[in-house]
Design a protein around this ligand. Structure first.
Ligand SMILES: Cc1cc2nc3c(=O)[nH]c(=O)nc-3n(C[C@H](O)[C@H](O)[C@H](O)COP(=O)(O)OP(=O)(O)OC[C@H]3O[C@@H](n4cnc5c(N)ncnc54)[C@H](O)[C@@H]3O)c2cc1C
Length: 648
């Protein structure tokens, strides 16, 4: 089998389509990553690596590249979408630099921008975007990561001095894993339980200086270095402890809640849980950025492995030439299904960024409903996108055999550095529960008054009754339709986009209604609400996963529909079929269990996936070259493939 010779213009056309409206920004980052001094290199000593990463970040800040997403009045461009495009593209390069940038400009800068008010913006934003003020986002504690509402650090207001006293009451309340804390950070956005007039007001953020100009910890601040990690060693993660550290009243990031000089607490959002979720909801950009970065890191791995698969030869017919690896069906399945999924996720991410831009540039900060939709989408796509990166990079490493194991080929760094993407910016399993919670109700605001137990009771209430009823009807209709449909084992029908979307939709609704019924049934039977919630958790998470699959397919299908380039549209269409059918294949046991696929049809799905792999293989080179990963960013991975090519 041969690769179809493609004119360079097809690669350019497809790249233009992938790069979308921020192509110029992506090219600017590609150019920066291609400069000799900016190429990722393995095995630097820890301190040297951290200094290099800081120097890179400063260079980018001096060049004005890190302010893009900030408001014009503070030296930025107010271009959220463009700034995420730049961040995603940085993921082709050194991932410690990516995360350092994420911490400084996304997390620390984002907290000041979104949780602070004009006085904070005036005072700090320029210094943050220029990196004159390196800072931290100090949310996680040793004792609590995912459960942010249970943080133990306190910030107690004293009307006499008009100060907040920030304190770490126990070792477990120490801030942990905090990026920029071990060496470079001079200030931290600290998340703490706010206490005003003796009353606990829940988690709020305050700006707390942690180091002086010389880099020494300030009085009352203890700082520890987390040391070497599994990856991202160019980022100085550390621990922060506060011993009754005093900060002025203005230190409170007070967009959503204010404390008057004499100690009166006010907030326009009365419900504390709703207030908390509104505050953390504004920080969603980091989650979306990490998702885009994970997808782009997958692209780097795929370029290396597919190039190698197209040139490396092993075995072959007796007496004949050895075959290239990508002609083997297993190799095609291992690499081309992740390739199709990467494209699918790319378009889902594009949709996510567009929605973020819309919500964050709306004059009033966007309606609640839109924000909730964005939160659900971001949680779900981040979870699936970062897991996809972990699995894809591993598969690509294995597909390169021993060569993939050499550090110079970038897989070591890609694997180690992206691994934690599944954990930070929200642990994936926890995020899927969040997505499911949003899916299970159209009235999220009502959750504000409910703790987890109340939430389970709420699930069990009339609302889910309605969901279950609606989808139960659909199930019956779906089954009838399936039984009556002629030619149901015809594989041509499987390639029909409407059929694919219908199968994804049916699965998502079926699982969601099933989870709802189980929650309701458990409570109706007198079960302990928390125990019922725990017992149903796998089902709830499955509902979110199935929903993300649907959203991703919709995004890919829309992109194919939109494409007006005759040279690449059919290729994308085939790739979309591969994504859709590979997901159905992966879930074929479920579809069979639920009477939606006969065993004959299930086998037809496998056959169709194989055939599609064969078709996509012909376009594999085009599909990876269109990613536009700068050659130097491939490390020796690019060279390994090229060297092998020279031999054959
Ligand atoms: C390299 C690195 C950099 C980081 N940078 C920062 C930073 O700059 N600032 C910051 O504030 N934080 C940072 N973090 C912390 C990160 O956000 C947390 O690690 C993350 O939120 C998870 O919290 P945890 O580690 O306490 O895990 P836990 O919450 O203890 O979770 C452990 C496991 O339990 C599971 N689990 C938890 N709750 C449930 C549940 N209800 N149901 C089922 N399963 C559950 C999770 O899925 C997970 O697998 C960083 C972490 C790392 C590793």
């Amino acid at each position: 089998m041969t690769t179809i010779a493609r004119p360079a213009s097809d690669v350019a056309t497809l790249r233009r389509l992938l790069d979308g409206e921020h192509a110029e920004m992506r090219d600017r980052v590609r150019e920066w990553l291609s400069r000799p001094g900016n190429i990722p290199t393995a095995d630097r000593p820890l301190d040297e690596y951290r200094d290099q990463v800081l120097a890179w970040a400063k260079e980018l800040a001096d060049d004005g590249q890190t302010a893009t997403g900030f408001p014009v009045e503070y030296g930025g461009e107010g271009a959220v979408g463009r700034s995420i495009a730049a961040f995603e593209t940085m993921a082709f390069g050194d991932l410690s630099l990516l995360v350092k940038i994420g911490v400084q400009f996304g997390l620390f800068g984002g907290a000041v921008l979104h949780l602070g008010t004009e006085k904070h913006h005036e005072r700090y934003l320029r210094a943050i975007t220029s990196l004159e003020l390196p800072g931290c986002f100090a949310m996680t504690e040793t004792g609590h990561g995912s459960n942010v509402q249970a943080l133990e650090t306190t910030a107690t207001y004293e009307p006499e001095t008009q100060e907040f006293v920030v304190d770490t009451p126990t070792e477990a309340a120490g801030k942990d894993y905090i990026g920029n804390a071990a060496r470079h950070g001079r200030m931290a956005a600290v998340f703490a339980q706010l206490i005003v007039g003796g009353e606990e007001r829940g988690v709020h953020a305050l700006l707390v200086p942690i180091r002086d100009e010389r880099g020494e910890p300030l009085p009352g601040v203890r700082i520890e270095d987390c040391g070497a990690k599994l990856g991202l060693d160019g980022v100085d993660n550390g621990r922060l402890y506060f011993d009754h550290v005093r900060v002025g009243r203005d230190a409170l990031l007070d967009r959503y809640a204010q404390v008057s000089p004499d100690g009166e607490y006010t907030s326009t959002i009365e419900n504390p849980t709703k207030r908390f979720f509104t505050m953390v909801g504004t920080l969603i950009q980091g989650r979306i950025s990490v998702c885009g970065a994970a997808i782009n890191a997958s692209k780097v791995a795929l370029v290396i492995a597919i190039r190698r698969g197209l040139t490396r030869r092993q075995f072959g017919p007796p007496g004949g030439e050895e075959a290239v690896l990508l002609d083997y069906r297993t190799h095609q399945r291992r690499l081309l299904i992740p390739l199709a999924t990467t494209y699918a996720l790319h378009f889902a991410q594009e949709r996510l960024v567009a929605e973020l831009h819309e919500v964050f540039t709306a004059p009033d900060g966007g309606e609640d409903r839109k924000r909730r939709e964005l939160e659900t989408l971001a949680a779900g796509v981040k979870a699936i996108g970062t897991w996809h990166a972990t699995h894809t990079i591993q598969e690509c490493r294995e597909a390169c055999g021993g060569a993939g194991y050499l550090r110079a080929n970038r897989f070591a760094a890609l694997k180690a550095d992206t691994d934690v993407f599944t954990t930070f910016e929200g642990d994936n399993t926890v995020l899927l529960q969040l997505a499911a919670k949003n899916l299970l109700t159209d009235f999220r605001d009502q959750f504000g008054e409910l703790d987890p137990l109340g939430m389970a009771q709420f699930y069990a209430g009339q609302l889910l009754g309605t969901v279950a009823e609606r989808t139960a009807i659909r199930e019956v209709l779906g089954r009838l339709g399936d039984d009556l449909r002629p030619g149901r084992d015809d594989s041509a029908e499987l390639l029909d986009r409407a059929t694919q979307l219908e199968l994804f939709t049916w699965r998502q609704e079926h699982i969601l209604s099933g989870a709802a019924r189980r929650l309701k049934g458990g409570i109706d039977a007198g079960g302990d609400p928390f125990a019922v919630l725990v017992d149903t958790q796998d089902h709830v998470v499955d509902a979110a996963r199935a929903w993300v699959d649907l959203v991703v397919l919709e995004a890919f299908a829309e992109a194919v529909e939109r494409c007006e380039e005759p040279a690449v549209k059919p290729v994308l269409d085939t790739l979309c079929n591969l994504y859709a059918l590979s997901r159905i294949e992966a879930e074929r046991g479920w579809y069979q269990e639920h009477g939606r696929l006969s065993s004959t049809r299930s086998k037809a799905v496998i056959k169709a996936v194989n055939a599609l792999c064969g078709e996509v293989r012909e376009h594999a080179e085009l599909l990876v070259e269109a990613f536009g990963v700068p050659e130097p960013a491939l490390g020796d991975g690019g060279a390994v493939a090229a060297a092998v090519e020279g031999q054959v």
